[in-house]
Ligand binder design. Sequence first.
Ligand code: AMP
Ligand code: TRP
Length: 327
Amino acid sequence: MKKRVFSGIAPTGDAHIGNYLGAIRQWVKRQDDFDNIFCIVDLHAITVSQDPTILKAKIRELSGLYLAAGIDPKRSIVFVQSQVSAHSELAWILNCFIPVGWMQRMTQFKEKSRKRKEQVSTGLFDYPALMAADILLYDTEVVPVGDDQKQHVELTRDVAQRFNSIYGQTFRIPESLIPEVGARIMGLDDPTTKMSASETAVGHAINLLDSVEVIQGKILRATTDSQRDIVFDGSRPGIYNLLVIYELFTGKSRKDIEAHFDGQGYAALKKELGEVVIEGLRPLQTRYRELTADPTYIDSVLSEGADRARPQAEKTLTLVKERVGLG
Ligand code: AMP
Ligand code: TRP
């Protein structure tokens, strides 16, 4: 029996190389090692305001990107969160077992709410309860995510343990799986902040569907420093981030990369990095165009994925309701 994997990305903004290197590519690499479920978490997307037409398009786009990156619907379940109602239902129940103090400690909420000028919704605060429901519905053992999600997986473990200790063994306790390199790709314009879809500055993120010219331009303008040598030095975040991206797309060792750029300037690094990223994304972009040429294909994958996920989710939800005494 393979271990169950569950992970997801919210269809907000454009998917970027942080999502790819920190999450999607890891899922693809280990697709055969696990029994996988990959979700497009649209209920998480509406925790901040969304345009309905754009949201609907982004759900299809992100699904297409999962598939284009190599997620194989024969080997993995791919589905949209809102198509399986058990996610919302379990999230409500879990809410009633999560002390407010646990939620108040979530650093992602603190950061997101600090940045937002408009109102912050209760949904944004409660986001980790829905994420816990996603994970716990499927007896998940492994949750492959970037390092910003580690705290949410910890909260999931805590609420599962708490529920189990009150009602007896109900939930399996999951663990996060964080890549050693690439768990935190930084913004190109500001390498001290995480690359994020909610950051709107033009030169911030390389999006997975960016054109050749756009990718080159963003990398050429990336913030570096006033030093010269090209080495992996964590105290120089701009150059370090570019080198990590180079490392992940080429698969070369850090020693070889430093030797390769020895005596060269930042312009050479940026030029070559642009080529490496463009080549690295090319197969994904080509496949994406092929897949989306048939407008019905993605919807059929998603509908089949939801049909496969639903009975598993229902089974857990039924057990939980019984334990709590509902219905
Ligand atoms: P999100 O875009 O916040 O829904 O994130 C989806 C997945 O991508 C999660 O597993 C994140 O941890 C991962 N991720 C998002 N941004 C980055 C980043 N800058 N570096 C590495 N992983 C990331
Ligand atoms: N909260 C995650 C993020 O922002 C997305 C997510 C929702 C998720 N549910 C999940 C990730 C379940 C892993 C497992 O990246």
